[in-house]
Unconditional design. Structure first.
Length: 429
């Protein structure tokens, strides 16, 4: 029994020693650190450096160090402190180090284009293992972030992910000025090169954040419409958005996928339908709404549930979901596509699409427009004014006609022609 106990004790001691050996504390010495080819430390010399970078730049960090112990699962990490919207960091994969061996690692930090400019940010560098963290203290690294002289970014592109051939794909493109200069005459173009189609619009001016006021903003948008050819083959295409600025010397390009259904169809279980809308364009005041009456005739042999969804109103208004309607075979039903313009919606025509779904499948896409006008200037108000004016005009014309009629009657009564053969008024000589 004593021998067994001795053997177990030796075995446990070996396990403990092995675990201590595998979990040896990390011990390293930094040899050199360079940031964007600027030396921060080299051997015993170190210094504080401030490096100028622009929004959107990459910060290249190269460090070399010598291991002073055998350690497993080591990692090198660098990060920028002070960014409001997330972590800016880069790290290596895990690796093992051997005592007396020198290692070199490279890291890249991407400076976001929405980081606050004209500010200073500290860069931290660390080498760590499972139970040890060693910060770089041989010098300090500071980034002085400034705005690029001319810089725009596409903040968002709002569009349907699918569209039928022969229909219109509406897009809303948001562009932000992240540079140091105001940009005038910005051209925003959307195209599908494979189909040979494109459209473009101009943004008059996008100012910098420092120059924003009630009229000019650093973030603006355009509404674009791409008409898909009727003979387009089904498949996925890339929508290319180009932003041309800086007097045509700078071009920003983004791409987005879109699925095109080459042949418009309804599943056999859904059957056929006639889908129409009472009007394609309506005038709507800022802060008010307008209803587009969608009429549906179910020509199939089964009951079908129809619903609506809208794309292309996010930049200027909202869509009120009308729910759904179930239409029996040979019957007619209707749904109202109700859109509401924002209080600060830009005046003018805004195109949008209404997708009519039959049993959750797109049966048709209606291309509609809302003509947004300032408060008090809607078509309904104008129409009421015209109606009142027309009624007043009619009343005036009726009164004028009656006056003329009465005047003529009086004249006929006051004058009567002499009867033939009458002696009245005759003279004899």
């Amino acid at each position: 029994m004593k021998n067994i106990a001795k053997i177990l004790s030796v075995f446990l001691a070996i396990l403990v020693l092995t675990s201590f050996a595998s979990a040896a504390e990390l011990d390293v010495a930094f040899n050199a650190v360079h940031v964007n080819d600027v030396r921060v430390t080299s051997g015993p010399y170190s210094r504080a450096v401030t490096i100028n970078v622009e929004r959107g730049d990459d910060v290249e960090i190269e460090t070399s160090f010598r291991a002073k112990s055998d350690t497993e699962d080591v990692r090198v990490k660098a990060w920028i402190e002070g960014y409001e919207y997330g972590d800016i960091e880069d790290r290596t994969s895990l690796f093992d180090v051997e005592k007396g061996v020198t290692y070199s690692k490279k890291l890249t930090l991407e400076v976001p284009d929405d980081i606050d400019a004209n500010e200073k940010y500290r860069v931290r560098l660390e080498i760590s293992s499972q139970n040890t963290d060693i910060d770089f203290t041989g010098g300090s690294i500071t980034l002085n972030v400034v705005e690029e002289r001319h810089s725009l970014s596409v903040r968002d592109v709002i569009a349907n992910s699918a569209v039928n051939a022969g229909k219109t794909l509406p897009l809303t493109v948001w562009v932000e000025n992240t540079g140091d200069k105001d940009e005038k005459g910005v051209i925003v173009e959307a195209s599908i090169p494979e189909l040979g189609i494109s459209t473009r619009k101009m943004i008059r001016e996008i100012v910098t954040e420092e120059n924003e006021d009630d009229e000019d903003v650093s973030l603006d948008f355009v509404d674009l419409n791409l008409r898909i050819p009727e003979d387009a083959d089904a498949g996925q295409y890339l929508v290319e958005v180009n932003v041309v600025y800086n007097k045509g010397h700078s071009v920003l390009t983004e791409t987005y996928p879109v699925d095109i259904t080459g042949v418009k169809f309804i599943k056999p279980t859904v059957g056929k339908a006639i889908i129409n809308v009472d009007t394609n364009v309506q005038s709507v005041e800022q802060g008010e709404g307008a209803a587009y009456r969608v009429l549906i005739v179910n020509l199939g042999k089964e009951a079908v549930t129809y619903s609506l969804n809208v794309a292309g109103v996010q930049s200027w208004g909202n869509f009120v979901d009308p729910g759904f309607v179930t239409i029996q075979p040979g019957s007619t039903g209707e749904l109202n596509a109700f859109v509401v313009a924002n209080e600060n919606a830009a005046t003018g025509r805004h195109a949008f699409n209404v997708n009519v779904k039959a049993n959750s499948e797109i049966a048709d896409t209606l291309n509609l427009e809302a003509d947004v006008v300032s408060k008090g200037l809607s078509l309904g108000s104008t129409r009421r004014v015209l109606e009142v004016g027309f009624i007043v005009l009619v009343v005036v014309l009726i009164i004028l006609g009656l006056v003329i009629l009465f005047t003529k009657v009086r004249e006929e009564e006051s004058y009567e022609e002499p009867k033939e053969g009458s002696e009245e008024g005759q003279a004899y000589y």
